[in-house]
Design a protein around this ligand. Sequence first.
Ligand code: ADP
Ligand code: MG
Length: 255
Amino acid sequence: MMNADIHTRLDPFLREMRLPTMRAIYREDADTARRESSTYEEYLFGLVESERQTRHDNRIQRLLKQSRLPLEKTLETFDRGRLPQKVNMQVGTLVDGAFLERRENILAFGNPGSGKTHLLCGIAHELIKAGRSVYFTSCQLLVQELLAAKVALVLPQKLKRLAQYDAVLIDDIGYVQQNREEMEVLFTLLAYRYERGSVMITSNLPFSKWETIFKDPMTTAAAIDRLVHHSVILELNLPSYRLEQSKKQTTKREK
Ligand code: ADP
Ligand code: MG
């Protein structure tokens, strides 16, 4: 068979078998292989490796897009030296993602500006790089979405869809005061997720103040109980990063 014949027959096969990268590069790679006297196996290996790599890259891109994570809040841009040593060590363990298998939760507490959101987003970015799926949302937005689903009588479907993520990152729980109905759907989600998949939560409120979120003591205790049962707690008792940065700026200017 002439090369040209092979190309006209091979191209549709590669398309049909969904191997777009191989289809794009196999001719040029064949020229290179001939020039460099590579073996057939080496040539095949190169093709398969490229296909596999683009597939992997595309998957990570897709996971990142679905996650709705803020792109800039990675661990690369996060100064871990600021963290208490214990938290820093915990982070080192968490990024391997083993906690997802154990359906453990991560709960980050600390005052505003201490870096809770950035830190959990940074961990989430690492998880995605390792091929895990994460869904990032502010608590406020999540509650609105859950309520809308409830009104449309599709709350079970919405919960199921969220269950497909290895982790749901709920940012700023308790930051905005919720009414009873809003609290109820939030509780439903936490109860549904319990032992089904991990939840990552940031909060300015210590547990002792969670009654302002869940209204009555029973629901509050039930929510905390489920979250804490299998969990890693990150205490960020740190001064505000922003405040510290702006102070540094001021001292620089004064000098
Ligand atoms: P919190 O969620 O605790 O209120 P954020 O994570 O939103 O705090 O942090 C506030 C700001 O300070 C953000 O812009 C964040 O990127 C930055 N920041 C906080 N901690 C750090 C850190 N250790 N290294 C780099 N930037 C940080
Ligand atoms: Mg925050």
